[in-house]
Design a binder for this molecule. Structure first.
Ligand code: SF4
Length: 723
């Protein structure tokens, strides 16, 4: 068996995976510089290819390493998802690596749950604390083990899945607040495929976006930003036109040729209005299901839609005609449309436009990758490697109910998601977890969820570990390989490594199911290892060229009109006059980036605010409420109350208030804590994970803090003149 140094050395002759010496465990010691490690040259940078894990998009990265330290992350130019580009969150992964608040060793709870009080223990003691109850429940009640993680792809997912199956517990739940559940349901209904399509923006002539956030926080923002760039000018054919409907002037909306504000939760109605005009005026593709839908669409005339949405009837008719006459085109729904209480309806209504335009399976339209073909060689376990990226909201709620009923004796918590922070408080995640006698967190940082654990097992960051990944869009069939670009800075072990060691100790079925000595060995066995194909792939960042052919059997003829669910926003409009629109932050995403100073100090592209949360309202609404920019307000919904600073957005509907997610942490370290309050606490707990679910009232209040902004004075002047 080759050690890491030998392995990297073998792979060192090409673009990225060059030699990196210094295999001593603790690189902070002076000794590596007194006796330089093999192939170490002062001042010479080495580049390693790997994969970003800061969001589910799965971009490829290259990391510049110099003097044993990772210095800069760039996009991997060979990677099909991001082609050399990288977003700010991907860049900031470097700060997670060097973060002063990382867990550096296993920790055992030393105070009440949730207090964040822990005492360090050795790995030996930590593993014995883990194994003793694990062995007991394996013998007595294996299904009382719960594993609640973020979506786990690649062999980490395979290891976790095999561990739970061989242990005898079916209770494996994945939670991701922006998992595209609604889009998957809509795609199943409209196209007959429960998967995410590839949108061929680069070749589209016309783009209709319904709260699309593809330039900021969508499913793959770097990938689609690049595709969008080609559509808008970086190609030889004509420049595509972009029309955006949505409740707020976002960064994506600001890039459009035409931004047409609509009330939150009405995107699907606008889409049906456009569908009505296309069918009425015979603007649909010959192959589409137009004839069958004509009667059902009768109720969605532009005039009726205008009453529900606030979008003028003539704008709806004009968009319909332009969309139909400028094919190939695309209609896409974004996070806001998908996170309404009836998100599946809104996404289905938008998907209907693609069916009517006949752009499914065509260049410049959308197509579904054949994942089954791409991963056929993995047989029945392919689903563990490339799981459907659903959020598991229903599964998480069911798990909470079981927790309350005492069904679990041990809970494993892991992943980038932080359910104690991202779930509505009325679900009482902490209270439910308190019914589980022993909670183990696999984590790099303390946060609201980890602080509820009895034992914390510290895990390395993505820059310090082996792994593989399969991106949801961009290039189905491509596999990203992760490798340690530096030696682990702390005494950490990856979750798959811990599960493999635990399986060995348990013996029997778990030991058979996880037969490797380490996770690295698991990866090497899967991909050929040193001297095999994996070596070359590591240098490029993975197996990046194996595109699957698109799935051909996509149903487009049997589509029916989606039914609008009658789910009004919570709250009486008289008491709560503004519809609350919550959206993922371009910097902090769902809050996971809030502990990284680079992301905290990155100005929001619309409000220019930093380090704090704010509530955006139309300047006219503010004038009516007697509010000025920067004023403090209490934001009250029927479910909760928080405070925030007012920021003007002239491009927001007058009866809408918008807040980004991400701030409001209480247990996420010094850079995240106390920087405003969590707007999720304003939400009710519904059947679906709905961010567009409530109305709010604003009342001026005095706050001890101020809103820091980085806006240019000229920009402020323009805002004043728009009022
Ligand atoms: S889009 Fe996601 S995966 Fe890609 S660089 Fe940004 S954070 Fe990383």
């Amino acid at each position: 068996m080759l050690d890491r140094r030998q392995f990297l050395k073998l792979g060192g002759a090409t673009a990225f995976a060059t030699l990196f010496g210094g295999c001593d465990k603790v690189q902070r010691r002076l000794i590596p510089f007194v006796i330089p490690p093999e192939n170490y040259t002062l001042g010479e940078a080495l580049w390693y290819a790997s994969g970003c894990d800061q969001c589910p998009a799965g971009c490829g990265i290259v990391v510049r390493v110099s003097e044993g330290r990772a210095k800069k992350i760039e996009g991997n130019p060979l990677h099909p998802v991001n082609r050399g580009k990288l977003c700010a969150r991907g860049q900031a992964a470097l700060q997670a690596l060097y973060h002063p608040e990382r867990f550096s060793r296993p920790m055992k709870r030393s105070g009440p749950r949730g207090s964040g009080a822990y005492a360090p223990v050795s790995w030996e003691e930590a593993l014995s604390l883990l194994m003793e109850p694990l062995k007991k429940i394996k013998a007595e009640a294996p299904s009382s083990l719960l594993m609640l993680t973020g979506p786990m792809r690649g062999h980490a997912g395979l290891v976790a899945g095999r561990f739970m199956k061989s242990f005898g517990s079916p209770n494996r739940v994945a939670w991701d607040p922006f998992g595209p559940d609604a889009m998957l349901s809509a795609n199943a209904a409209a196209y007959g495929v429960r998967d995410l399509p590839e949108h061929d923006l680069a070749n589209a002539r016309y783009l209709l976006s319904f709260s699309g956030d593809f330039l900021e926080t969508g499913i793959s923002p770097v990938h689609y930003a690049r595709e969008y760039g080609r559509m808008r000018g970086d190609r030889e054919t004509i420049r595509g036109k972009f029309v955006h409907f949505g409740p707020r002037l976002s960064m994506t909306a600001a890039a459009a040729d035409l931004f047409l504000p609509c009330a939150p939760g009405t995107e699907g109605f606008v889409a049906l209005g456009i569908a009505h005009v296309m069918v009425r005026d015979r603007l649909t593709a010959a192959s589409s299901a137009a004839g069958r839908l004509a009667d059902d669409l009768g109720a969605w005339s532009p005039e009726e839609v205008e009453k529900k949405t606030g979008v003028h009837a003539h704008d709806i008719a004009a968009a319909a005609e332009e969309f139909a006459r400028n094919q190939p085109g695309l209609a896409i729904a974004g996070t806001t449309a998908a996170t309404c209480a009836d998100g599946a309806f809104h996404c289905s209504a938008v998907a209907l436009l693609n069916v009517l335009a006949g752009n499914v399976g065509k260049p410049g339209g959308l197509s579904f990758p054949n994942r089954a073909q791409a991963f056929a060689k993995y047989g029945p376990e392919a689903g563990l490697l490339s799981p459907s990226p659903e959020s598991g909201y229903a599964g998480t709620r069911a798990a909470l109910e079981k927790m309350r009923g005492g069904a679990f004796r041990i809970a494993f918590l892991s992943g980038a998601t932080n359910p104690a922070f991202t779930l509505p408080p009325s679900l009482k995640f902490g209270e439910a977890l308190s019914k589980v006698p022993f909670v183990v967190a696999f984590a790099s940082f303390l946060d609201e969820t980890t602080s509820l654990a009895d034992l914390v097992l510290p895990v390395p960051t993505a820059l310090e570990t082996w792994g593989d990944d399969l991106a949801p869009v961009g290039h189905a069939g491509a596999i990203t390989l992760r490798q340690p670009v530096v030696e682990p800075f702390h005494d950490t072990r990856s979750m798959p490594d811990i599960l493999i060691a635990a399986a060995k100790e348990l013996g029997g079925e778990p030991a058979k199911a996880l037969p490797w000595g380490s996770f690295r060995e698991c990866i090497e066995k899967a991909y050929g290892g040193p001297g095999g194909e994996m070596e070359k792939a590591l240098q490029r960042g993975g197996f990046l060229g194996e595109a699957s052919s698109p799935r051909s059997a996509v149903r487009t003829g049997g589509v029916s009109l989606p039914k609008a669910a009658d789910r009004p926003l919570e709250g009486d409009p008289k008491a709560f006059p503004l519809a609350l629109h919550l959206y993922p932050s371009i910097a902090l995403y769902d809050g996971r980036g809030a502990n990284l100073p680079w992301l905290q100090e990155m100005p929001d592209p619309v409000s220019t605010a930093v380090w704090r949360n704010w509530i955006e309202i139309n300047p006219k609404t503010a004038a009516g409420l007697g509010l000025a920019e920067g004023d403090g307000v209490t934001v009250t919904s029927p479910s909760g109350k928080i405070t925030a600073h007012v920021a003007f957005n002239p491009g927001i509907a007058p009866d809408v208030a918008a807040m980004p997610l991400g701030q409001g942490h209480t247990k996420y370290g010094k850079y995240a804590n106390g920087r405003g309050e969590n707007p999720i606490s304003l939400l009710p707990a519904g059947e679906t994970y709905a961010l567009q679910a409530t109305r709010v009232a604003l009342v001026k209040t005095k706050l001890s803090t101020a809103l820091a902004r980085t806006g240019h004075p000229e920009g402020q002047w323009k805002v004043k003149n728009m009022m």
